[in-house]
Ligand binder design. Structure first.
Ligand code: FAD
Ligand code: SF4
Ligand code: SF4
Length: 478
């Protein structure tokens, strides 16, 4: 009788791919986790209990068919695992690397709840698609027939690119406009290489181009081309511009030199990682080397900044966050990685003011957590008289992002936005705006969110547009 390949969670312990030693990895921008060896991927996949109601799948925004690709991997059928995985996810190797799995698929794995440690879903997903690239199974798009309709996509981040991929597969003519010189959005210029190496993103960009997607880069809508001209040139338009307005620090001295925005800091570092010469790194403005660095914030962006500063050779790196560890928005896994690499966290601490210009230090206010607010979250309260001083040569503000004012920037008063400035969806739709033929996806709709949600939106939006184009064609044919 054939041996049961699955349900090994009782006899096989959870194991992640090897993590590089902190003392070695904190000096470069390479990813910190190695790849699973084939046998290890199969072994870890075999821990899955093949739940009848897979909570992992329910909690994956893309509803990936996780139990099936785990079973295929456990039995060595990697090409089939890849086909199943890519059917629901446009960029599985990217999600496998950077999804906060502890809050999504893995956080809901039932064997974790029985005390056995979750199946390492993200690491297996990464393994499957990395193997597919290596074996040449990931092919450029070749639509079975070309269509005459075209779609213009503003923004080449994961939301825009997921839509581009799906529309192009259906034969639609796709043009992606982006103000940056490279596609990828925050995958390219926000998220550092130690989480997602740049060539992983670049090979996807190249593949889309090889599949017939036209990229118009260095092209800022509202400046180099008008929104109206894009609307006129295409049958439908998708707004996928993300959110880039930095929430600012308050307090005396907050305008001093040496207090920098996280997005500028990370973009400069990512550019250097991509091989560009970056004047702001060369002249020290956006370079932590030899400096005492303070990063303000407790989300993923703050975690990426502190770990970048360590790698640039800062003499010390501290993170100030006004709540405690349990109540921070960033991933606990990333906090642990940062601590291992030498970052010091100052919980329940917020900046009150800044000394010097250029900055030489931060006046730190100590906080405590008060009663829960309407959302159920405990609000931080100031502890009077408990201020402290932290010397600093570089302060990075990583307090989150808000949408830019698109209606004003693009001269489009009819483009409706919510009270938060995100693009407002038409009644009953998650992707269409009130403007005819204009859609929106990703962070510009949700506010700062996750790559996996942007991919889901992009895919859903492409399907909605295809339905509409097909309906128009049917009416024309009648
Ligand atoms: P973006 O990726 O922001 O792409 C938008 C694109 O639109 C950009 O390329 C921009 O240049 C372009 N654009 C904007 N305005 C214009 C214009 N007027 N004309 C032309 N082009 C324009 N998520 C995770 O899931 N895991 C993580 O680990 C993670 N880490 C993160 C770390 C950082 C530092 C940041 C900032 C975010 C992180 N996120 C993470 C969130 C994630 O990156 C975003 O949710 C996701 O990239 C949103 O995708 P998007 O396509 O909506 O927008
Ligand atoms: Fe988990 Fe993200 Fe992959 Fe879904 S896409 S299975 S949430 S890692
Ligand atoms: Fe397998 Fe865990 Fe998903 Fe169940 S919840 S199918 S054990 S990965």
């Amino acid at each position: 009788m054939a041996k049961q390949p699955m349900l090994k969670f009782v006899s096989v312990d959870r194991d992640m791919p090897e993590k590089r030693d902190a003392e070695i990895r904190n000096k470069d921008f390479d990813e910190i986790y190695a790849e699973f060896a084939d046998a290890k991927a199969a072994e870890q996949s075999s821990r899955c209990s093949q739940c009848g109601v897979p909570y992992c799948q329910n909690h994956c925004p893309l509803h990936n068919n996780i139990p099936d690709w785990l079973r295929m991997t456990a039995t060595g059928r990697i090409e089939e695992a890849y086909q199943i995985s890519q059917a629901t996810n446009t960029f599985p190797e990217i999600c496998g690397r950077i999804c906060p799995q502890d809050r999504l698929c893995e956080g809901n794995c039932v064997i974790e709840q029985s005390g056995h440690g979750t199946v390492t879903i993200g690491a297996v997903e990464k393994y499957i698609t990395d193997t597919a690239w290596e074996k040449g199974w990931v092919k450029p798009i070749t639509p079975s027939a070309e269509r005459k309709e075209s779609v213009g996509i503003i923004g080449a981040g994961p939301g825009g690119l997921a839509a581009a991929d799906r529309l192009r597969r259906a034969g639609v003519q796709v043009t992606v406009y982006d103000r940056y010189d490279r596609a990828g959005g925050l995958l390219t210029y926000g998220i550092p290489g130690f989480k997602l190496e740049k060539d992983i993103v670049m090979r996807r960009n190249a593949q889309l181009e090889a599949g017939g997607v036209t990229f118009k880069l260095n092209c800022e809508v509202g400046k180099d081309i008008s929104f109206e001209d894009i609307r006129k040139a295409h049958d439908a338009v998708i707004i996928a511009t993300g959110v880039y307005k930095t929430r600012d620090l308050q307090g005396p001295g907050s305008g001093a030199r040496g207090i920098e925005r996280a997005i500028d800091y990370l973009t400069a570092s990512n550019r250097q990682d991509l091989g560009d010469t970056v004047p702001e790194i060369e002249d020290g403005t956006l370079n932590a080397e030899g400096k005492r660095v303070i990063v303000v914030g407790g989300g993923d962006t703050a975690m990426d900044c502190v770990r970048t500063a360590i790698r640039q050779g800062a003499t010390s790196v501290k993170c100030l966050y006004r709540r405690d560890r349990a109540n921070m928005p960033g991933s606990q896994r990333e906090v642990q990685n940062a601590e291992e690499e030498g970052v010091v966290f100052e919980w329940l601490s917020a900046p009150k003011g800044f000394q010097g210009n250029p900055v030489s230090g931060v006046l730190v206010q100590k906080m405590r957590l008060g009663p829960p607010d309407a959302s159920g979250r405990q609000s931080p309260e100031v502890i009077e008289g408990a201020d402290d001083f932290e010397p600093a040569d570089l302060v990075i503000k990583a307090l989150g992002f808000e949408p830019e004012d698109l209606p004003a920037l693009w001269g489009q008063p009819d483009l409706q936005v919510t009270g938060w400035g995100t693009v407002k969806m038409a009644q009953g739709s998650t992707v269409a705006t009130e403007m005819d033929g204009v859609y929106a996806v990703g962070d510009i709709v949700r506010g700062a969110s996750l790559v996996v949600w942007a991919i889901k939106d992009g895919r859903d939006c492409a399907d909605t547009i295809l339905d509409r184009l097909n309906a128009v064609n049917e009416i024309a044919a009648e």
